[in-house]
Design a binder for this molecule. Structure first.
Ligand code: BDR
Ligand code: CA
Length: 310
């Protein structure tokens, strides 16, 4: 099979970690590199988490530390959602690999330059690293097949009434990415808040058995713990949507829209405005077959069964 080469860029993060679990399990995808970015927690914490998650999942790709602050605004973290470590909950294995000596931007640039095929970037945190890459290496734009990112929402926000966390943290970066002309798939709150793993799904994950299944079930429970207090019926799988849409687009409803990012505004900084008054720049993910999506995640967990280090 001709596997699609990808770079995983994120801020793990429970849903980032589950997205990476899915990516590693998909035979259609080949992970060339992993890059961290400040978001859910400081870049030190999420880089450590990236190494722990890659160790757990057996992701054998270089991991580079990313940007420690957004391009313009102040750093923002989400300990209320992901805990003080950025990935609170079950104990995780200590990392077996070091961080790459290159920065995230330089590692991405090297991968893009050296790959014999165009590479897709799956971005599940603030878009700081990706925007920095485009600013410093504009000549590499054409080496990027597509950017599938989790962020924004046409209808609403989660961190403010108008803005979703990843975009709010670095709206200037999001503006650079949406204005880049690179093919984009935006999986925002419109779809990710429908992509729920329900408490009964957590038990299906746990029933798979093995270390990865136990840890993913614990992550889901931890993540749901926060969302339950807000009235959610399950754990929203924001970041896994950005991976799943690449391999199973038939599970999603995609609409071509022009997406623009508000970088000013007293109330709407970080808002993603989607419309058709200008040519489309993104395929915007608006809906999902929830139960098929849950099955996909559970099937992905099963692929780790034999590899689990019990
Ligand atoms: C996004 O914010 C983070 O907390 C999650 O990891 C996800 O990427 C959802 O708004
Ligand atoms: Ca994330």
């Amino acid at each position: 099979m001709n596997r699609r080469p990808i770079i995983l860029d994120g801020d793990p993060g429970h849903d980032d970690a589950i997205a990476w679990m899915l990516a590693k399990a998909c035979p259609e995808l080949e992970i060339l590199a992993v890059t961290s970015v400040c978001g859910n927690q400081t870049v030190e914490k999420v880089s450590y988490n990236a190494r722990r998650v890659c160790t757990l999942l057996g992701i054998d790709a270089p991991i580079a530390k990313g940007k420690r602050s957004p391009l313009v605004g102040p750093e923002m973290n989400a300990p209320s959602v992901h805990g003080e470590s950025g990935l609170d909950g079950p104990p995780l294995p200590e990392p077996v690999m070091e961080l790459d000596e290159l920065s995230s931007v330089n590692l991405m640039a090297k991968i893009l330059r050296e790959s014999d095929r165009k590479v897709t970037i799956v971005a599940t945190g603030p878009l700081t690293n990706v925007a920095a890459l485009l600013l410093s290496h504009p000549e590499l734009k054409e080496r990027i097949e597509e950017i599938s990112f989790m962020g924004g929402g046409i209808a609403y926000g989660n961190w403010t009434p108008a803005a979703e966390f990843n975009i709010l943290v670095d709206p200037e970066a999001a503006k650079i990415v949406t204005g880049s002309g690179i093919p984009l798939i935006m999986s925002g709150l419109d779809v990710t808040e429908k992509a729920l793993m329900m408490p009964e799904d957590f038990e299906r994950v746990r029933a798979v058995g093995g270390q990865v299944a136990q840890i993913v079930a614990d992550w889901l429970e931890f993540f749901y713990g926060f969302h339950k207090t807000l009235g959610y019926e399950g754990a929203p799988m924001h970041d896994p949507c950005a991976v799943a849409v690449l391999v199973h687009p038939e599970l999603f409803q995609l609409k071509e829209l022009c997406v623009e990012v508000e970088t000013q505004g007293e109330y709407c900084r970080g808002t993603t405005v989607g419309h058709d008054r200008k040519p489309a720049n993104a395929r915007v993910n608006l809906g999902v077959d929830r139960s098929a999506f849950a099955d996909l995640l559970i099937e992905a967990v099963k692929t780790y069964k034999e590899d689990s280090h019990e």
